[in-house]
Write a protein that binds this ligand. Sequence first.
Ligand SMILES: O=C(O)C(=O)C[C@]1(C(=O)O)C=C[C@@H](O)C=C1
Length: 89
Amino acid sequence: MTATLPPTDADGRIAELREEIDACDAELIRLVQRRLAVSHEIGRLRRESGGTRLSLAREQQVIARFQDALGPDGAALGMMLLRQGRGRL
Ligand SMILES: O=C(O)C(=O)C[C@]1(C(=O)O)C=C[C@@H](O)C=C1
């Protein structure tokens, strides 16, 4: 059986939890921006040293990591992060 809270208690708890979600989102945005900057720097270094624009083997590792941790939506998230770094193929 699940405990039921009076609506006013539930409202207060929802507001608290939303603050936690807002903090998570802010941290995620900061991390995505940091990831993007690092990815661009790697790409620049690779191009300047005569390498390829992309590293498909590395992209597979990244996607597999997200897939293992989060399932199919995780794989999609990994692909979005990669696309953000290198642009659409
Ligand atoms: O790890 C690299 O070699 C990168 O260039 C970074 C990165 C990434 O964003 O994770 C970006 C493009 C590559 O195709 C593979 C991975």
